[in-house]
Design a protein. Structure first.
Length: 289
């Protein structure tokens, strides 16, 4: 049996005919341009919804796929940016097709919700599955407003693990690409009963921030043109996102924090992210260093 050729590196975008998928494609253009690799639009025709045994049904499914890809292609082309666009229409379940595509991708981008998940603030099942299982970094894109984004931060969530160094690198690259400030967030938990004491919380924030500032010193030297600031918050990332929703365009997190990722792309994160149209970039473990 002959081995199948390995696809060339690309920024892969999942297309499903929704406006969110088009936004994901537009968001991904600069990602492909800065890497000097193609932008690959992938549409998967789900065999569960389109029977290949019925020629008319198969033809309708193919026509729907071609229309969806053409809309995304036209939107990307209209940006006028020097990006090579590739198109793939596959016969497979969307999640499985995109997971396979992610094996050779530099980045996998999907809309936060597809045609089957049109409720504002929710995240589609495909996006949630990819966030936890893909072998490449995954961007879950919530809207695309370049003018608004120029006034917003990239935020990196870090902890004391070695993998957080990779998260920082990804976040710095994203901030540099967008020419916006980076806020590096660390959270902490109190073990004491005085947590409702405002002074105790303020002191805890100052200590955590000072420790993070020392850690960021080397990164600031490597990226002198980026406004990088440490931020400390008590309890959770979601609390920080809620308080600063209008100021954040992208949150970068590590794949290792599986529960945290689930909270961000699942119901706990809806209120924190939906009003800001804040996208989330999950760094794959094999690519964080």
């Amino acid at each position: 049996m002959r081995d199948l050729p390995i696809p060339s590196p690309a920024v892969v975008v999942g297309i499903d005919g929704s406006r969110n998928a088009v936004d994901a494609a537009l968001w991904a253009v600069d990602e492909a341009v800065t890497r000097d690799i193609p932008l690959r639009l992938v549409y998967a025709i789900d065999p569960d919804t389109a029977s290949s045994r019925d020629p008319e049904d198969a033809a309708r499914a193919l026509a729907t796929a071609e229309l969806a890809v053409r809309d995304a292609f036209t939107a990307v082309e209209s940006t006028g940016k020097p990006v090579k666009i590739e198109v793939e229409i596959l016969q497979d379940r969307p999640t499985r097709a995109l997971l396979q595509a992610a094996r050779s991708a530099d980045l996998l981008c999907v809309g936060s919700m597809g045609l089957r998940h049109s409720t504002r603030g929710t995240v589609g099942s495909t996006a949630a599955a990819l966030a936890s299982s893909a072998h490449s970094p995954v961007a879950i894109v919530r809207g695309h407003d370049p003018l608004r984004a120029k006034q917003q931060w990239v935020v990196a969530e870090v902890d004391e693990s070695a993998a957080s160094e990779g998260v920082l690198r990804h976040a710095l690259e994203e901030a540099q690409l967008r020419r916006v400030p980076l806020r590096v967030l660390t959270t902490w938990q109190s073990r004491f009963t005085d947590i409702h004491d405002g002074h105790a919380v303020a002191d805890g924030n100052r200590l955590a921030k000072a420790q993070l500032d020392r850690r960021l010193a080397q990164w600031k030297k490597r990226y002198p043109d980026i406004d990088v600031r440490a931020v400390a918050a008590h309890c959770s990332t979601l609390n920080f996102l809620t308080k600063n929703a209008g100021s954040i365009q992208l949150l970068v997190v590590g794949h290792e924090r599986a529960r945290g990722v689930t909270a961000l792309v699942g119901p706990p994160g809806y209120a924190a992210l939906q009003n800001a149209d804040c996208s989330v970039l999950i760094c794959a473990s094999r690519n964080v260093l």
